[in-house]
Design a protein around this ligand. Structure first.
Ligand code: KG4
Ligand code: ZN
Length: 346
């Protein structure tokens, strides 16, 4: 094992279609493994909960073994187990919880049930070190889009500044990809298709971009793209996929980064953290970097592989909770599919 000291925390993530297992020690990734059932869902254009849950059952033992092997560790080296307790798909969450409880019980180590959304923020500490006393987080995933003021992540002290009033940003990527005939999940193929496209080719609407709140809306944007593509098809004209992908991506990145910077200024906070699958988006990363630099805000975005669901994000938050003296979870901890931001499962 690598030469770092501190408790070794095993993190298990099964809220959606990725079986993620990670090992973290002293704020460092020491091993991780990931299995995904994404190919089994692709033809449905979205994640099928029962298929995801079964895939987690099959993948769990091998993924835990692979993460331990990558860390050069054995189960007996694990000092604490962290697991996503919510939000997410009920059946999928239950598989991770069952596995985590079994490891915690068998190894006689504490169990920490963690909030998936907070874990998307916590993962940044593995790349950029401890968070400052206060920061603003832009959380952009397949199911959530929110701006938060983060006061104490380990204790779930977060203030919601704004959220999407309809679709999540990732959901918009997934739906627009379908309209453009690109595969699921839509974020990566749209990012790839947009390279070489003109972001100013179509000026798509920036939902809630001009109102004074920190709320977002992506459903009108999704519909605008669909209408635009339909009109082209009806006219028998080819759809310029690269231009549409670039224009759509620009609209999302524009409104997200603009509101995030204003939220920092409004809250008097000097650091912005972006987390969640959509934080892997190349244009969002570039535009946020430019705008933060201009506004004197420090931007922290984890590397793309840490933005999408994984096990080390869960281990990172579990380790933060253990270090902060948070009471471990009971072994009858329940899955909470609707766990709110800042909420802790019981
Ligand atoms: O955080 P995540 O892995 O799972 C949830 O907690 O939802 O986020 C998945 C979402 C999907 O909607 C996917 O299309 C989007 O993140 N995504 C991206 C990119 N990579 C993943 N969206 C835009 N650009 C990307 N490069
Ligand atoms: Zn996620």
């Amino acid at each position: 094992m690598r030469d770092v000291t501190g408790p070794l925390v095993l993190g298990i993530e099964t809220s959606c279609d990725e079986t993620g297992v990670g090992l973290v020690r002293a704020g460092t990734v020491v091993g991780q493994a990931l299995a995904s059932s994404v190919d089994e869902h692709a033809r449905f254009g979205g994640v099928v909960p029962e298929v995801a849950a079964r895939a987690h059952v099959e993948a769990m033992p091998g993924t835990v073994a692979a993460a331990l092997a990558a860390a050069g560790a054995s189960p007996a080296d694990v000092d604490a187990v962290a697991v996503t307790a919510g939000p997410g798909l009920a059946g999928a969450l239950l598989v991770g919880l069952a596995a985590a409880k079994a490891y915690a019980l068998a190894l006689d180590v504490p169990l920490f049930g963690v909030n998936h959304l907070a874990a998307h923020v916590a993962v940044d500490t593995l790349e950029h070190g401890p968070l400052p006393e206060q920061c603003v987080a832009l959380l952009v995933s397949g199911g959530h889009t929110s701006l938060l003021r983060v006061d104490d992540l380990a204790r779930g002290e977060l203030a919601r500044l704004g959220s999407t009033v309809d679709d999540a940003a990732g959901e918009a990527f997934d739906k627009v990809a379908r309209v453009l005939g690109l595969p699921f999940p839509g974020g990566p193929p749209i990012d790839a298709a947009a390279v070489g496209g003109d972001p100013a080719y179509v000026h798509f609407p920036r939902g809630k971009g001009s109102d004074a709140t920190f709320d977002f809306s992506f459903s009108g944007l999704k519909t605008a793209v669909a209408r635009w593509v339909e009109a082209r098809e009806r006219a028998g004209e080819p759809v310029p996929v690269a231009h549409v992908a670039a224009s759509f991506r620009e609209a999302v990145a524009d409104v997200l980064s603009a509101k995030a910077v204003v939220a920092c200024q409004d809250a008097g906070v000097g650091t912005l953290v972006i987390g969640g699958g959509v934080a892997a988006n190349a244009r969002l990363r570039t535009l946020a970097e430019q705008r933060c630099e201009r506004a004197g805000v420090t931007l922290r975005v984890p590397r793309p592989s840490l933005c999408t669901d994984n096990g080390v994000m869960v281990a990172a938050l579990g380790a933060m909770q253990a270090a902060a003296g948070v009471t471990p979870s009971p072994l009858d901890l329940s899955a909470d599919p609707g766990l709110p931001l800042g909420g802790r499962a019981a």
